[in-house]
Design a protein around this ligand. Structure first.
Ligand code: FAD
Length: 120
């Protein structure tokens, strides 16, 4: 059977970069693949906004679609140009999913991405 420890270990060891944020996209958790892909240590990103990964060249309308989906309670999948800690760009194939608030409170969000730079 699945334990909380095994479940946490599976998420932490996933080959896909995983992050969990609050309703304002402030990072609460990142897994190992997130750190490997972005070059940031977990303690460098926890407490900061996910926008620290933006290369600032993806059109605003793409982020607006992402946020429209999230605030409508839907998942969104798309490609963004991201920036690693060392400044180098990569193409992120990203799926964001709202984690609906249980009862009261604001939603959290789940982000899952991988480096799609070599895909065409
Ligand atoms: P922002 O100021 O964030 O805004 C761009 C537009 O998005 C705004 O005009 C507004 O319409 C809308 N918006 C922003 N925040 C909110 C909000 N809290 N509620 C409603 N609408 C809002 N971005 C990346 O570039 N790379 C990633 O890998 C990435 N992963 C993400 C993972 C998760 C789980 C979440 C929730 C978000 C992620 N984002 C990612 C989006 C990120 O939070 C920023 O919105 C984005 O990077 C644009 O940043 P900005 O500072 O240029 O613009």
């Amino acid at each position: 059977h699945i334990t909380d420890a095994l479940f946490h270990h599976a998420v932490d060891q996933s080959a896909i970069a995983i992050s969990i944020t609050d309703a304002r996209a402030t990072v609460l958790y990142v897994n190992r693949a997130f750190c490997a892909i972005t070059g940031y240590a977990a303690e460098e990103v926890v407490g900061r906004n996910q926008s620290l990964l933006s290369y600032k060249s993806t059109p605003k309308t793409v982020y607006q679609e992402l946020w429209q989906a999230l605030t409508d309670g839907r998942s969104w999948t798309g490609r963004l140009l991201n920036r690693r800690k060392d400044g180098s760009p990569y193409v992120a194939e990203l799926t964001v999913t709202p984690l609906s608030a249980q009862g009261e409170g604001e939603p959290h969000y789940l982000g899952m991405h991988w480096d799609a730079t070599d895909e065409h």
